[in-house]
Design a protein around this ligand. Structure first.
Ligand code: FAD
Ligand code: FES
Length: 542
């Protein structure tokens, strides 16, 4: 059984039931094996199934148990990197294609929801981008011009974002954006995939992927999936050792969900230009959504406020970030009643602001990846389905080159160097003392990293006082993990692998748990050397 020890629960998991088919128990064959049942993997499986392909989806946990459940589900062509910057990096022609592709992804979600009769609260709304307090007027003006050049329809500057309580100052208005309930949508995809003959397996971790004809996906419990094509939709590729991870950086983002009286906040998407930026929207509730009985059905809805992003594993004030988010929200939305939800999730920020969809660099041509989705993973995951379905069917796709994982964006070289130097610096943890000198200092329900000879241990004392110890060396490329008290996780500051408090992997690129201490002592598992992993692509050392 796959359990997350993280004390977090998104609004979506509280208000939707997603079918969970169960594990793979025998070898199978398929036309396409999709690894990962988030929005990217399921959209790909759905669209391939509509074309008559036999699809098998395997997921290490439950369906949508990854970052899809932590989204705030803004569906927008207003890209996180912003158009003025994207134009500088990619030039006007490619940026027009990026805008058109994300708009098409929103249309695709709308079309699927309508065709499959998925009741996922899909609604067209406007988006508003407003300035940070100390921004000059130029920031919005430049963005307006770049967005117009990118072909965004109807964008204009208005004097104020449409909420009464606070003066936002000028804002850009983007018509034709959308929002939905991501888990209800995903649940509808699962039902449609199964209806079309697709097979979905949960609690089935892929431990190695071998390209070539046929390709093989090996799973932790033993069964093997043989397929003509493999799509690795694990949010960050688990079949790549270094190349793709050096092109993107993992960031944790924080969300609170607060009850507000129905209709008190306009139904729209809001973003500001702060660094890190805030993102806001409202999710309606149906009368059946009563969790604890102190709000009347139909009288409230949930205001979702996100922000406070930071590089994974590189801060120690995670708990304070929720408080800062709430203070920011209460100042601007005085109608907030009670905060009901707090959660975090990880986004992969690509160096040049666009995602990566296509064949995995240095791998066989029949192994595909989808990653680097930044804060636009709902549309990016949908685009992955649209593009990869064409590529697998042998058709041209107008956007395939734009999102090619092998592309080089020379104007993003500065970000590339900065982010990868930052990664190298994280290895200094091999030489620093532990967080505490002895496990005796650990209070119940807390964790730490302690020194053990030349290496380090990740230790957690559970609420009953039992001690759980694992190697603190991340199985991906040997960095030392760090304790995150807010989520009860050990987070890797290198490329964003995350482990629960018992050392079980919950986020790649690592695909193995932290090593057990007895495994190391018995020599059953080689401790990862500090700079292991010179292999550039598929990790076959499992
Ligand atoms: C707080 C937050 C807010 C966000 N808000 C927005 C937003 O408003 N709009 C937007 O467009 N995007 C948003 N995003 C981004 C978006 O939610 C994600 O990019 C998107 O959900 C990622 O989908 P995915 O399918 O690629 O990955 P995931 O949903 O993470 O799915 C990957 C799946 O792969 C599985 N997996 C991993 N390793 C293995 C393995 N070895 N074997 C088998 N399975 C494996 C996991 O269990 C998981 O189910 C937000 C993200 C966060 C964290
Ligand atoms: S994620 Fe690469 S070493 Fe941890």
């Amino acid at each position: 059984m796959y359990t997350h020890a993280i004390r977090r629960n998104s609004l979506w998991t509280a208000t939707a039931t997603v079918p969970q088919p169960g594990p793979l128990s025998a070898d199978i064959q398929a036309d396409v094996c999709v690894v990962g049942a988030g929005i990217a993997g399921l959209t790909t499986a759905y669209l391939l199934g509509r074309e008559g392909k036999q699809v098998a989806v395997v997921d290490a946990g439950p369906v949508a148990g990854g970052n899809t459940q932590y989204s705030t589900a803004h569906l927008t062509a207003v890209l996180e990197r912003r158009y003025a910057d994207l134009e500088r990096l990619h030039g006007p022609k490619r940026v027009r294609a990026a805008a058109a592709s994300h708009a098409a992804a929103i249309d695709c979600i709308e079309g699927i929801a309508r065709f499959e009769r998925i009741h996922c609260d899909f609604t067209r709304v406007e988006g508003y981008l407003f300035g940070a307090p100390d921004d000059s007027d130029d920031v919005l003006d430049d963005e307006l011009e770049a967005a117009i050049r990118a072909g965004l329809w109807g964008v204009e500057k208005v004097a104020q974002a449409p909420w009464d309580a606070v003066t936002t100052g000028p804002a850009l208005r983007f018509p034709g954006q959308a929002q939905f309930h991501p888990l209800r949508y995903v649940a509808g995809l699962v039902r449609a995939i199964q209806r079309d003959g697709g097979r979905i397996f949960t609690e089935t971790r892929a431990t190695a992927i071998e390209g070539g004809y046929p390709a093989h996906v090996y799973t932790g419990a033993g069964p093997v999936v043989t397929a003509d094509h493999v799509v690795v939709a694990t949010n960050t590729p688990i079949d790549d050792r270094f190349v793709m991870h050096s092109k993107q950086a993992p960031y944790l983002s924080y969300v609170i969900g607060a009850l507000v009286p129905r209709g008190s906040v306009p139904r729209a998407l809001f973003w500001d230009t702060e660094e890190p930026y805030h993102y806001v929207r409202v999710q309606p509730l149906s009368p059946s959504h009563v969790w604890q009985g102190d709000e009347a059905p139909g009288t409230h809805e949930v205001l979702l406020i996100g922000g406070e992003d930071h590089k994974t594993g590189q801060v120690d004030d995670q708990g304070d970030r929720y408080d800062r988010l709430e203070a920011w929200a209460r100042e601007r939305f005085p109608m907030i009643d009670a905060v009901r939800f707090r959660w975090t999730g990880q986004v992969m920020e690509s160096m040049d602001g666009l995602g990566f969809i296509g064949t995995n660099p240095l791998d066989s041509p029949n192994v595909f990846i989808a990653t680097g989705d930044s804060g636009n993973g709902m549309t990016q995951g949908t685009l992955a389905g649209m593009i990869l379905t064409d590529l697998i069917a042998g058709r041209d796709n107008d956007w395939a080159k734009l999102y090619d994982p092998s592309r080089r964006t020379f104007k993003a070289a500065g970000t590339f160097v900065r982010e990868n130097l930052n990664v190298l610096q994280q290895y200094r943890d091999w030489f620093t003392p532990g967080d505490i000198a002895s496990v005796k200092e650990l209070a119940p329900d807390t964790g730490a990293v302690i020194r053990s000879g030349i290496s380090k241990l990740a230790v957690y004392r559970d609420a009953r006082g039992n001690l759980h110890q694992r190697s603190a060396v991340c199985p991906h490329l040997g960095a030392i993990v760090r304790w995150n008290q807010a989520d009860r996780t050990f987070d890797c500051p290198c490329y964003g692998s995350r482990f629960d408090c018992y050392g079980r992997v919950i986020n790649g690129p690592a695909s193995r748990d932290l090593a057990r201490v007895w495994e190391l002592e018995a020599g059953l598992r080689r401790p990862e050397p500090m700079f292991s992993g010179t292999g550039l692509t598929t990790d076959t050392s499992w």
